[in-house]
Design a protein around this ligand. Structure first.
Ligand SMILES: NC(=O)c1ccc[n+]([C@@H]2O[C@H](COP(=O)([O-])OP(=O)(O)OC[C@H]3O[C@@H](n4cnc5c(N)ncnc54)[C@H](O)[C@@H]3O)[C@@H](O)[C@H]2O)c1
Length: 450
C-alpha cells in the first residue's frame, strides 16, 4: 500500500488554486511532485477479477452505448446504475434484464447519488459517462471506496484534478482509466501497428485534433446541449484534446519512453456560436444573450522531452466536415487521416500519396482482425466495443489497462494548459510530469490480441 502524506506544498498549492481561479491557478500548478509518498510502480495492475461487476453512472448518449457493449462482453455484469433522470436508469434496467441478467440497483436521488452507489454497492468498477464537471468527483468517490474507475473523455478539466486522481489511484491502488475510444479506431490502430513495425522509421512529428461541427448539438435542449455549451462560456483553449492526441501519443510512446514537456497554444476569435444563436434561436431566447469566450479554432504545439513535436487542434463551432487529422510522420514516411493516406519511401510512386486502404491487408492491427465482426453495429464504427472489450479483459486477467491514470491526465491536462498558454500570449507552459520520471523506464505498449 502506498500512503499519501499531505505536505505543506500540497496545502499551499490547493489553497492557492481555490482562491486563484482557473487561469491563475493554472500558472501555479506544480510541474513535478516530489512528496514523500512519491509513486507507485507502473504499470498498475490489480488482482484478476473473474466477473467484473460494474456500476454505471450517466446513461445518456454515450453511456447508453457503453451499457449495450458491456452487456455483450464476457465476464462482465452491470449490477448498479445511476443517473439524475430515472427514465435512463429504467432504460438501462430494461437492457440488462433483456440480456438475461438480474435487474440492477438504481440510484436516482440527484447529482451526488453516485456517492451512495460507491459507498454501498459491492462493485469492481465504477464507469461514468457524465458531463465533464462530474468526472473527477465520481472517479474520486469510486477509488476512495475501493473500486476501479473508468471515465469518458476528457478525464478531468483542471490540472489540480489531474493530480487529485493520480494521487487517489496511487493511494488506493485502483485503476483509473480514461475511455479514449479513438485509440481503438481501425486506422489509428493500423498506424500504431505500422509504427511498431518500423514502417514509418523514427517518428518525429504528429498531429491530431477534434474538428467537429457541434453547433446543433450544443444548442439542443437535450443531451449535450444541457451542459456542453456552458463550457464555451468558461474556457478558451482546447476543451476536447484527447480524441486527436490519444492515438498519436501512443505512436510517440508518451509516458513510455517520451513525455509531453511543454506546449504553446493560441485561439482565434469566437464567432460560430454567436452566429448560430442569431440565426437559429427565436428573438426572445435567453441563449442569444449568452457570451462565449471559446475561440472557434484553437491550435497548440507540444514539444516532447525527446524534442519531437505534436500539433493539436480544436474546432467545434464552425461549419466543416469531421476530422481528427491523425498524422504521424517519421524518417521513412507519413500517414495522414481524413482521407486516410500514406507515403512510404520506396513504395508506390515518388511524392504521391497512396490510399491507406491498400495497406490494410498487410498492416491491420490484430485486434481489428479478430474483433471486427463482434464490434459491428457498436458506437463510432465499432471502436467503442473494442475499447470496452479491452478494459474488461485487462481487469479480468489482472493485466495493466491499455490506458492508465498517468495517460489519462497527460492527455486531459491540455484542457487547462492550453487555456493558460492562450491567456498569456501563447507563452510556453510546462506539462507536469505526472509519472515523476517513470516515463523513462515504463515498458512500451504491446501489440495486443483479442
Ligand atoms: N468518446 C466519445 O466518442 C464520446 C462521444 C460522446 C460523448 N462523450 C463523452 O461522454 C460523456 C457524456 O456525454 P454524452 O454525449 O453521453 O452526454 P449526455 O448529456 O447525453 O449524457 C450525460 C448523462 O449523464 C447524466 N448525468 C448528468 N449529471 C449526472 C450526475 N451528477 N450523476 C448521474 N448522472 C448524471 C445525464 O442525465 C445524462 O443521462 C462526456 O464526457 C462526453 O465528452 C464521448
Amino acid at each position: 500500500m502506498v500512503y499519501h502524506i499531505v505536505t505543506m506544498d500540497d496545502l499551499n498549492r490547493r489553497d492557492f488554486l481555490k482562491i486563484g481561479g482557473a487561469a491563475v491557478a493554472a500558472g501555479a500548478a506544480a510541474t513535478t511532485r516530489t512528496t514523500a509518498e512519491a509513486h507507485n510502480a507502473l504499470p498498475l495492475a490489480a488482482a484478476p477479477i473473474e466477473t467484473v461487476r460494474v456500476g454505471f453512472v450517466g446513461i445518456g448518449g454515450q453511456g447508453g452505448g457503453h451499457v449495450r457493449n458491456l452487456l455483450r462482453i464476457p465476464n462482465c455484469r452491470i449490477t448498479a446504475v445511476c443517473d439524475i433522470r430515472q427514465e435512463r436508469t429504467d432504460w438501462a434496467a430494461q437492457q440488462i434484464t433483456a440480456a438475461g441478467h438480474p435487474a440492477p440497483v438504481a440510484y436516482t436521488r440527484g447529482p451526488r447519488d453516485f456517492e451512495r452507489l460507491c459507498e454501498t454497492e459491492d462493485l469492481d468498477l465504477v464507469f461514468n459517462a457524465t458531463p465533464w464537471e462530474w468526472h473527477a468527483p465520481i472517479m474520486l468517490a469510486a477509488m476512495k471506496n475501493g473500486k476501479h474507475t473508468a471515465t469518458e473523455v476528457p478525464a478531468v478539466m483542471r490540472t489540480d484534478d489531474c493530480w487529485a486522481i493520480v494521487e487517489s489511484a496511487e493511494k488506493h491502488q485502483r485503476h483509473c482509466v480514461m475511455m479514449e475510444n479513438c485509440n481503438y479506431d481501425r486506422m489509428e490502430m493500423m498506424v500504431f501497428n505500422m509504427v511498431r513495425q518500423g514502417v514509418l522509421g523514427e517518428v518525429l512529428h504528429a498531429a491530431g485534433g477534434y474538428l467537429h461541427d457541434l453547433r446543433e448539438i450544443k444548442f439542443a435542449d437535450s443531451g449535450e446541449g444541457l451542459w456542453r455549451r456552458a463550457w464555451s462560456m468558461k474556457l478558451d483553449g482546447n476543451l476536447y484534446p484527447t480524441h486527436g492526441l490519444g492515438p498519436v501519443a501512443n505512436c510517440l510512446d508518451i509516458n513510455r519512453g517520451d513525455r509531453f514537456d511543454y506546449l504553446v497554444s493560441m485561439s482565434g476569435p469566437s464567432r460560430g456560436l454567436q452566429a448560430w444563436a442569431a440565426e437559429h434561436e427565436p428573438p426572445d431566447s435567453p441563449k442569444r444573450k449568452e457570451r462565449y469566450v471559446l475561440g472557434d479554432v484553437n491550435a497548440s504545439l507540444i514539444k516532447t522531452a525527446r524534442g519531437r513535436t505534436i500539433y493539436v487542434e480544436h474546432c467545434t463551432n464552425l461549419p466543416r466536415p469531421y476530422s481528427r487529422i491523425n498524422l504521424v510522420q517519421g524518417t521513412k514516411g507519413i500517414f495522414e487521416g481524413y482521407p486516410n493516406r500514406v507515403y512510404i519511401e520506396g513504395r508506390g510512386r515518388e511524392h504521391q500519396w497512396q490510399e491507406a486502404s491498400a495497406l490494410v491487408g498487410e498492416f491491420e492491427h490484430p485486434l481489428w482482425r479478430e474483433l471486427a465482426e463482434q464490434a459491428k453495429g457498436a458506437g463510432h464504427g465499432g471502436m467503442d466495443y473494442i475499447e470496452d472489450y479491452r478494459l474488461i479483459k485487462c481487469l479480468h486477467e489482472g493485466k495493466p489497462t491499455d490506458m492508465n491514470v498517468y495517460d489519462a491526465v497527460a492527455l486531459s491536462s491540455l484542457v487547462d494548459l492550453t487555456a493558460q498558454s492562450n491567456a498569456r500570449k501563447s507563452r510556453a507552459v510546462d506539462v507536469p510530469d505526472f509519472t515523476r520520471g517513470q516515463w523513462r523506464t515504463n515498458p512500451k505498449l504491446d501489440i495486443v490480441h483479442a
